[in-house]
Design a binder for this molecule. Structure first.
Ligand SMILES: Nc1nc2c(c(=O)[nH]1)N[C@H]1C(S)=C(S)[C@@H](COP(=O)(O)OP(=O)(O)OC[C@H]3O[C@@H](n4cnc5c(=O)[nH]c(N)nc54)[C@H](O)[C@@H]3O)O[C@H]1N2
Ligand SMILES: Nc1nc2c(c(=O)[nH]1)N[C@H]1C(S)=C(S)[C@@H](COP(=O)(O)OP(=O)(O)OC[C@H]3O[C@@H](n4cnc5c(=O)[nH]c(N)nc54)[C@H](O)[C@@H]3O)O[C@H]1N2
Ligand SMILES: [Mo]
Length: 764
């Protein structure tokens, strides 16, 4: 009998061999270089390692698929900016091992699903298209043509185009993403959920409403010039390592760094720049001047406490707020101030879990400086009140006039290397009407104006059988989404699931009745087409568009590019109905860019600019104090304190990344910066909380979450005592996604609240 979708979707509950140490006092440095050498020599050919190191994040080279942090224009070392996790991402993609017919003949889908995510990832690069027939236990090879026809047949027999869901992960380039959304819209739906729905959607919502653009406002240069940088809800040493170099530079210019995080993340505390041999020997730079050990989801309370004290000081002696900026550029100041006055400072500080002494240090820095940058990531966006978190930060910046001037502004640090670009070129389930109008004007069909499904809506639609074809452009949907058991049922209700992927992952194993794996080229590989090797482009976290061109030979001659996949699927599906010559685009990506420049603002002379410069900035209103909001001004907003309350036995849990993973891709089993080795099924707990429950180090427990009467369980976790505020705990994503309730998400943005899951511990 075959395993249930739920069993296949969950990560196996077996243990490795946990070892713990005290977390290191430093990050990056020599160990980083050693770890990279170990990783690349294990999985890559030496000649490929050399090619890659010479071309990663270099002009004329390819964009690192690791994260969306921008590249510095200056002081580039000849070997590119070294980044441990960037190189680990490369070792993962540019692996010399491939899997195809023989591998899938040997291993059934059920067997593969019993492997850990680490084992699945290490199997190798996907090398040929594979098909899983209804009722079959094993995937078998299929030709590209037959695969395209299979997709087309399923799509064309739907009663309504809205019965299909088209997901995108954030590695897809601008060219592939633009064509993909164009195909989906011509097919007739706007069901374009993407990883952004689970990531920075709350930032997009909050920033569009308040500042008129869903992106950050700062440049790298601003970071160097800031007087204060607040890094809140973010772990850069692991997830954006090159950001530490920018913070170090800010510090050497006299800037101060405030880190606000429930965990004393190693890289925030001290960092040894691998670019700087002297620093490697002398032991590095202290990054955070002030570390604020906030309680999980205590951020609105903490910021409110700051706002209250700033207002008191302003009313007492003036000169604290930037009155000119407030008068000229903002809306809603009076209402905001009246609301702020209804809150009590002590209550707010208590709810934040921060001591008065630490609060005072932060307050003085904010009071006495006006060039403030706030950087944030998932620690703020994955809560029910995620949008409030970000709006409250904007309130602070607006009061200080810290927006649209040198050294000041908003810096949501994006995740996937092109998640921002994908949205810019149209991957959006609720794209603005102006964009849809331009599509209609250019291509002559009327795109659906319905609000399409986000990730959460898609899962519900598949569960309720309102949608029954799932198409994934990259990513690992089943492991990334909340509520694994419910999502597994949803996916298995589908008639067809399709994944365009570079590596095998769990989403290929939890399938609809029929399933396809369409293997594609990775960023690092040469993309040969009729008009020669193609260049593509991506947008980083700061709105700079730059080119990316692979340098390695493709790992299999059966791989095609994402662009070619879209063209093939569109051509097969829309034959006879389309107004677009789909196949022309794959021969020459310049044609795609010519189209993008007609439809998307800021891409004038796209092809020329891409060739001539190392990158060009897209327009950004907030950066120049042009706020394209409904009021035409930057808006103050009113945000309540979150209302959840823990019962005696409950803890609030955040699901975070270890140092050895990229989202659902597990590079290794260590989390070096937190002193964890060889295990992922752990729960970090405050030692007093362990004591009250009679728990010992490494004791095995089960975790349970109850939400709206539904109980969810994740079994077998080892307890690790850690420096984390009381009543808070942390586990790794995706092992605990089973516990994240589908209906617990951010208002307005629908980001799953995977950083505030209320759980209890079951002693076994
Ligand atoms: N190597 C590597 N790089 C990556 C990724 C990866 O998995 N591996 N993922 C990429 C992607 S898609 C993304 S979105 C980013 C993710 O980058 P991050 O957002 O840095 O990743 P998380 O591990 O989710 O970490 C969230 C941080 O927020 C803190 N935190 C959690 N809850 C709260 C809270 O309530 N308040 C505050 N103040 N802090 C809180 C946690 O302690 C943790 O330090 O990284 C990108 N880069
Ligand atoms: N509990 C919990 N859940 C979370 C999060 C959390 O913090 N906690 N974080 C959320 C966030 S921020 C995000 S962004 C999502 C991530 O969700 P996804 O983007 O869906 O997941 P990834 O793990 O990044 O996807 C990895 C897969 O992408 C494929 N891939 C890699 N490179 C390429 C490429 O170049 N092209 C193609 N076509 N495929 C490629 C490989 O097959 C690989 O297995 O997860 C979310 N889920
Ligand atoms: Mo993300």
């Amino acid at each position: 009998m075959s395993s249930s979708p739920e069993d296949k979707a969950k990560t196996p509950e077996k243990f490795q061999n946990l070892k713990t140490t005290l977390p290191p006092k430093n990050s990056v440095g020599f160990t980083s270089i050693k770890v990279v050498l170990g990783q690349v020599s294990k999985y890559m050919k030496p000649s490929d390692v050399l090619k890659i190191s010479a071309k990663i994040n270099q002009k004329g080279g390819f964009d690192c698929p690791g994260c969306a942090w921008p590249d510095p224009d200056d002081e580039r070392s000849s070997l590119g900016e070294f980044c441990e996790n960037g190189m680990k991402a490369m070792a993962e993609e540019a692996q010399n091992k491939t899997i195809g017919e023989t591998f899938f003949q040997k291993h059934s889908v059920d067997e593969l699903a019993s492997w850990s995510d680490f084992e699945i990832g290490k199997s190798g690069r996907l090398s040929e298209p594979m098909f899983l027939a209804e009722g079959a236990s094993h995937y078998q090879p299929i030709s590209w043509k037959a695969a395209f026809n299979k997709v087309a047949t399923h799509l064309n027999k739907l009663n309504n185009p809205d019965e299909a869901v088209f997901y995108t992960s954030g590695r897809t380039t601008n060219e592939a993403a633009f064509l993909y959304q164009l195909f989906v819209r011509e097919f007739g739906t706007s069901n374009l959920p993407d990883c952004s729905n689970m990531c920075h959607e709350a930032s997009g919502s909050a920033l569009s409403e308040t500042l008129g653009i869903g992106k950050g406002s700062v440049t790298l240069d601003d970071l160097y010039k800031a007087e204060v940088v607040m890094v809140i809800g973010q772990n850069p040493a692991t997830n954006h390592p090159r950001m530490l170099t920018a913070l170090e530079k800010c510090k050497s210019n006299g800037g101060k760094i405030i880190a606000i995080n429930p965990l004393p993340e190693a890289g925030l505390i001290k960092f040894t720049n691998p670019q700087n041999p002297l620093k490697l020997l002398t032991g590095g730079t202290k990054i955070a001047d002030i570390f604020v050990p906030i309680t999980i989801n205590g951020d609105v309370a903490f910021i409110k406490a700051l706002l209250i004290k700033l207002l008191e000081k302003e009313e007492l002696s003036g000169g604290v707020f930037d009155k000119d900026f407030i008068n000229d550029f903002t809306f809603g100041y009076q209402n905001f101030i009246s609301d702020l006055k209804t809150y009590n400072f002590e209550d707010c500080l208590k709810a934040s879990g921060v001591s008065k002494a630490i609060f005072d240090d932060v307050f003085n820095l904010i009071l006495n400086n006006n060039k403030i940058i706030i950087c944030w990531a998932m620690g703020l966006t994955q809560h029910q009140n995620a949008v409030d978190n970000i709006r409250e930060l904007v309130n602070l910046l607006l009061l200080k006039g810290s927006i649209g001037k040198e050294g000041a502004g908003t810096c949501p640090v994006r995740g996937h290397s092109n998640v921002q670009g994908d949205r810019t070129v149209g991957i959006w389930e609720s794209a603005p009407q102006a964009f849809l109008d331009k599509i209609e004007a250019k291509y002559g069909f009327k795109p659906s104006t319905k609000h399409g499904y986000s990730v959460i809506d898609s899962i519900k639609a598949m569960y309720e059988e309102r949608a029954n074809v799932f198409f994934g452009m990259g990513g690992n949907f089943i492991s990334a989404v909340p509520d694994t058991a419910y999502a597994a049922q949803a996916i298995s209700n589908c008639n067809l699931t399709v994944h365009v992927s570079t590596k095998l992952n769990r989403s290929h194993l939890v399938t609809g009745k029929e399933a396809l794996i369409l293997p594609c080229l990775g960023r690092s590989e040469k993309d040969y087409q009729k008009t020669g090797i193609q260049v593509q482009s991506v947008e980083n976290s700061m709105g700079i568009v730059s080119s990316t061109k692979g340098v390695l030979e493709p790992c299999s001659d059966k791989l095609i590019s994402e662009v070619a996949v879209v063209c093939g699927v569109a051509n097969a599906t829309l034959q006879g109905k389309t107004k677009i010559n789909w196949l022309q685009y794959k021969d020459d990506y310049n044609l795609v860019r010519n189209d993008i420049q007609e439809v998307v603002d800021g891409f004038e002379n796209y092809n020329t600019k891409l060739k001539e410069s190392s990158g060009f900035y897209l327009p950004n209103g907030a950066r120049v104090r042009q706020f394209k909001t409904k009021t035409g001004k930057a808006n103050f907003t009113i945000n309540k304190l979150p209302e959840w309350k823990l019962k005696d036995d409950e803890l609030i849990m955040m699901t975070i990344r270890s140092h050895d993973q990229f989202n659902t891709t597990i590079y290794g089993l260590n989390d070096r910066y937190r002193g964890i080795y060889n295990e992922r099924r752990i729960i970090f707990m405050n030692r007093e909380d362990m004591e009250t429950r009679g728990l010992k180090e490494q004791q095995i427990v089960n975790l349970k979450s109850e939400f709206n009467g539904v109980i969810r369980k994740a079994n077998n976790f080892k307890v690790v005592g850690y420096d984390i505020p009381k009543n808070c705990c942390a586990t790794y994503f995706p092992e605990t996604n089973v516990l994240v309730p589908l209906d617990s998400f951010a208002h307005t943005a629908k980001t799953p609240a995977s950083k505030s899951v209320i759980i209890t511990i079951e002693i076994i």
